[in-house]
Write a protein that binds this ligand. Sequence first.
Ligand SMILES: [Zn+2]
Length: 286
Amino acid sequence: MADPRLSRRSLFAAAAGLALGGEALAGGARSQPDRAWPNGARAAVSLTYDDGLNSQLDNAVPELKRLGLKATFFLTGDNAHWRLGDWEALSRDGNEVANHTMTHPCALAGYSAGRFEDAEIARMEGYLDSHFGAERERTFAYPCGYLGIGKGGRHARYARYRRVLERDGVIAARTTAGGPNRPEEAIADPLHLHAFEPTYEGDKVGPAIRYLNETVAQGGWAILVFHDVLAQWRSDGDASVATHNRILAHIAALDVWCAPMGQVFEYAQTHWGRSVRAEGAAVGGR
Ligand SMILES: [Zn+2]
């Protein structure tokens, strides 16, 4: 049987090749900002679903499948095991499954970096390796959007968190705030990717549409965050199926590249990494 991961990678390579071809053809327009997403798309979009919730499998996945969209599912070990077979099937189908810790702790002041790493990050990476293979893109979403471990000032706590993620091979980590990602900024600061939770303040489509349109105007990368997707809206942070599906329909109608977070990050790194490194060297040389 063909390894689905290989076929995903070859699709990715084909998409990258097309984009490079497009860039070569448009080589005369050097003054334009370089926003060459695959297939000439005007922006990139990653749909992310947090916490490994059954409602995502039951209510979001059917619409993703119907529209042919692939997404990222940030699982916790605590939740994933209930329907492990379903998450494994999603992964085989080209979706990304990634690390959202084992137990989703939100209060991290009492942790040492070592204890947090062992219990929550490394253990979850091991869990994901054993069920979804070790050849995954290692991406992460911060539980509760909290970016610090232990005690001390904000910078010290965040530096501790970053060191843990870097030690465990995480290539990109998603927060829950900020506007569209500029690809150059994303690869310069990959453990601080911006993201937007469209139904954080109510079950409305408008905020997502404004965010997506802004992303397209900038040629950037939108990362949307969903939690429960429910037949009936219940509380802030949830989305009703109707709202979720309208947001997906809007994405499907846009000229954007919709792909899992790790895949978009790898593309950005391949495509923009050289120019960012060159800029860094030029700045350093002054
Ligand atoms: Zn969460």
